[in-house]
Design a protein around this ligand. Structure first.
Ligand code: S3P
Length: 434
């Protein structure tokens, strides 16, 4: 589906962005692992998180939607059921990498996970290798790609140092660690910590040490069962980031985005924006915090002139899904904007270094690809044109925001991809323009 986004007037108003995708996936999986029913408020209704609900149902969890909340009656930690066939994760990389952490200890059962064309290009060896060290038996196409088969087995604890910062790999190992004496994941630099927070809420023995943007160690020990009554999911900062960017670069805009999750391990984009001179006000969680809660705030965004910045190393995992927007902001900034140390972008829903660079260049940007990021020379705006989403939700949304701020408008080919995380995006933009 093609959609056209014309240069817009200013964006004004107050709205709620969709619920956090990362927290929704985790809430459904952890509820399915729990012994008692869990109520989930504000579960994300989008393609990715629907895949997760279908998956946990196939594994024996019961899911009821009632009065604006979900109730999930889980299987208990060790009692997942054998699924009737292959579990289809759709486009959801988080589901593909987290669920095996639970399935790996369903001794005697065998599960196969598969997904769409994008999922089949994304590596699972990053979880297969440590899970097999723990005692699981796994099979992947060419040893690396889905379909991915897991033979559940008794697991032993390991200490694992992540070779690349990945919250998905960390989360998978922490879930698997719930039946081991102790499993420790060492992160050279921190990545999002939603799994640890939810496990803490569910009464699992979890300890996390570290400070600032340095090394973190998270240990889980054997839990009898997980128990938590209710999870309320805040708005998704990664979805809000598209409207924030539009608010910054479309002249005269003023937006308030309500109840956005601002866990500091997700909020790198807000710090990057601040350095660029953008005006985004809100109460962001202090760096290094760790608690069972997911903090949220209202974000107040105003358009402003911005300047280039550099994002590298430590900051990348905290900003990973917003880096395409840093490139777009760079087009509107004074000076150069450079992102480095982000080779992980190549294994996202698309190769986001290649797709962002070719997409924005097609709209008139002065941007070049680096092996591990990109460099943008600010040109005080974008001409417009057309951009292909390559089946990647964040590319479709990037194209749409570029269109609103462009001189001539942008045609997005494959806008339907936005339904993975933000199905109501076009309607939300229309509301802010009316
Ligand atoms: C996610 C973690 C990130 C992110 C992805 C969602 C998560 O991936 O890019 O969109 O929910 O854990 P990695 O942990 O592989 O970097």
């Amino acid at each position: 589906m093609n959609a056209r986004f014309e240069p817009s007037g200013r964006l004004r108003g107050t709205l709620r962005v969709p619920a956090d995708k990362s927290v929704s996936h985790r809430a459904a999986i952890i509820a399915a692992m729990a012994a008692e029913p869990v109520r989930i408020g504000n579960y994300l209704d989008a393609a990715d998180t629907r895949s997760t609900l279908r998956a946990v149902q196939e594994l024996g969890a019961l899911v009821d939607a009632r009065e604006g909340e979900l109730v999930i009656r889980g299987c208990g930690l060790r009692n997942a059921r054998s699924a009737a066939g292959t579990i289809d994760v759709g486009n959801a990389g988080t589901l593909m990498r987290l669920l095996p952490g639970w399935l790996a200890f369903q001794a005697g059962l065998r599960f196969t996970l598969d997904g769409d064309a994008s999922i089949r290009r994304r590596p699972v060896d990053r979880i297969a290798q440590p899970l097999s060290e723990m005692g699981a038996r796994l099979e992947a196409r060419e040893g690396r790609y889905p379909p991915f088969t897991i033979h559940g087995a008794p697991l032993r604890g390991i200490e694992y140092r992540l070779p690349v910062a990945s919250a998905q790999v960390k989360s998978c190992l922490l879930l698997a660690g719930l039946v081991t004496e102790a499993t420790t994941v060492v992160e050279p630099v921190p990545a999002r910590d939603h799994t640890e927070r939810l496990l803490l809420r569910a009464g699992a023995p979890v300890a996390r040490t570290g400070s600032g943007l340095g090394e973190y160690r998270t240990t889980v020990c054997a839990a009898d069962e997980l128990e938590l009554e209710r999870i309320d999911i805040p708005g998704d900062l990664s979805s809000a980031a598209f409207l924030i960017t539009a608010g910054v670069i479309v002249r005269g805009s003023r937006l308030v985005l309500e109840d956005v999750g601002v866990n500091w391990t997700r909020a790198g984009f807000l710090r990057v924006l601040e350095r660029m001179g953008a005006i985004v006000l809100g109460d962001v969680e202090p760096e290094g915090s760790f608690s069972a809660l997911e903090p949220a705030t209202d974000l107040d965004v105003q358009s402003a002139p911005i300047e280039g910045t550099t994002v590298d190393g430590d900051e990348v995992p905290l900003t990973i899904d917003e880096l395409p927007l840093v490139a777009l902001l760079g087009c509107f900034a004074d000076g150069d904007t450079v992102v480095r140390g982000a080779a992980e972008l190549r294994v996202k829903e698309s190769d986001r270094i290649a797709t962002v660079v070719s997409g924005l260049r097609g709209l008139g940007a002065d941007i070049e690809a680096l092996p591990d990021g990109f460099a943008v020379h600010g040109t005080a705006g974008l001409r417009g044109g057309s951009i292909d989403a390559h089946g990647d939700h964040r590319l479709a949304l990037l194209g749409a925001v570029a269109g609103l701020a462009s001189a001539e408008g942008v045609e997005v080919a494959g806008m339907e991809a936005a339904a993975v995380s933000y199905p109501g995006f076009t309607a939300d933009v229309a509301a802010l323009l009316s």
